[in-house]
Design a protein around this ligand. Structure first.
Ligand SMILES: NC(=O)c1ccc[n+]([C@@H]2O[C@H](COP(=O)([O-])OP(=O)(O)OC[C@H]3O[C@@H](n4cnc5c(N)ncnc54)[C@H](O)[C@@H]3O)[C@@H](O)[C@H]2O)c1
Length: 370
């Protein structure tokens, strides 16, 4: 394959725009990476056609996703559609033998996600879920510190992700608050990002207990039928505990994403407000000199260096999507999966499912291993 042919679905939405940008942009930073070209943009909204034509010159502009899934020219189906379409579209694409890159959450239920992960494996194609936050190089640094044993055994993971899009009770209704279009609400939408950090940095979750909250039931334009906020406690397979909360009604918090990881020999702390900075504490420092040190990820990390020659010049959200698109292209060219593939996407959906079950039953829920 000299050039990977990509179809972006849901092309005029937020993620559709970001993915289309990422496909065009990554060769500027990763010159050695295999080439990809967006050859089709699929968007149900016909009013978007002129704008789309300008963003991916030469690409076909289409309105039905079935046509690209059936098109032998296309190698990769890139799904940026609302959540409820991920499963049927990914399934059809995998059955047609396409590589699939799907925005999060992979599916509405763990059973659907399992089916997709099994199908991807059976077809021998590359699968990838759009959990891009952990692909900021600062989290490679966190993972390297953990894996080297510098903070010892992990005992506690604490994290939050807070936004306030629905903080105002009069903020208008949208598909994200509709239990039919997004059955798990904030859990699949925002919780899944926290769960991706958990899988990347700590490991798999074995059990949890969760409380789901709908804080404003009626909004201008519709009834809210999925959770606004969730508080949860969990246990990881490696014995660590977790305390996590996420919310779309955290008035004043435009985007707050933090984690703290406490081990037997040290700890790590991260706050998205300092997007490339990791706080590191180690017992190896001598008495009287102990304290958190701030480490700004920089060009010693090859992914960071691809973008910038100096530390702390801020690699942000869009760069993580550029990194992600490049990693998808590399996976397709080499046949080697990259994190997070559909197996990880399935585990994240297991955690989402367990939150829904736990909140409904007001009990701890076990999550079966792979
Ligand atoms: N990874 C991340 O950080 C991140 C951030 C935001 C959204 N997301 C995920 O990306 C997905 C899309 O979210 P968004 O914010 O871009 O939504 P959006 O509403 O901005 O965009 C969705 C687009 O899909 C189009 N669409 C809907 N049904 C269609 C159909 N049948 N065929 C073709 N086009 C159709 C809509 O017209 C719209 O343009 C969601 O699953 C969301 O959870 C991920």
């Amino acid at each position: 394959m000299t050039e990977i042919k990509v179809a972006v679905l849901g092309a005029s939405g937020w993620m559709g725009k970001v993915h289309t940008m990422a496909w065009a942009t990554y060769p500027h930073f990763f010159a050695d990476a295999p080439r990809a070209r967006v050859v089709a943009l699929v968007e149900a909204n016909p009013a978007a056609a002129a704008d789309l034509a300008a963003r991916a010159p030469g690409a076909r502009i289409l309105q039905d996703w079935q046509s690209v899934v059936a098109d032998p020219e296309i190698d990769l189906i890139d799904i940026c559609l609302p959540d409820h379409l991920h499963y049927p579209v990914a399934k059809a694409a995998l059955e047609a033998g396409k590589h699939v890159y799907c925005e999060k959450p992979l599916a509405d239920t763990a059973a659907e996600a399992r089916e997709l992960a099994d199908l991807a494996r059976a077809k021998g194609v590359i699968s990838r879920v759009g959990h891009a936050f952990p692909r900021n190089p600062v989290h490679d640094l966190a993972r390297e510190i953990i894996q080297s044993g510098e903070i010892g055994e992990i005992r506690l993971f604490k994290a939050c992700q807070h936004i306030d899009v629905f903080g105002d009770p009069l903020a208008p209704f949208m598909w994200r608050a509709d239990g039919k279009l997004a059955p798990t609400g904030i859990i699949g939408d925002t919780g899944s990002h926290v769960f991706s950090f958990m899988e990347f940095l700590v490991g798999r979750v074995s059990s949890l207990i969760a409380e789901n909250l709908i804080l404003t039931r009626s909004r201008p334009g519709g009834e809210v039928t999925n959770p606004d906020a969730t508080n949860l406690l969990c246990r990881f397979e490696n014995g660590a505990s977790g305390i996590i909360d996420f919310s779309r009604v955290a008035t004043g918090r435009k985007f707050r994403q933090t984690y703290e990881i406490y081990g037997t020999k040290g700890s790590l702390a991260y706050d998205y407000d300092q997007v490339n900075r990791l706080q590191f504490y180690t017992n190896d420092d001598r008495e009287g000199r102990r304290g958190y040190r701030a480490i700004d990820v920089g060009p010693e990390n090859p992914t960071y260096r691809a973008f910038l020659p100096l530390p702390n010049f801020a690699l942000g959200y869009n760069e993580t999507k550029i990194i992600e698109a490049c990693e998808v292209a590399r996976s397709i060219a080499t046949g080697r999966p990259s994190w997070p593939d559909f197996d990880t996407g399935h585990h994240i959906c297991q955690i989402v499912d367990a939150c829904m079950t736990s909140a409904a039953t007001r009990a701890w829920v076990d999550i079966p291993g792979a």
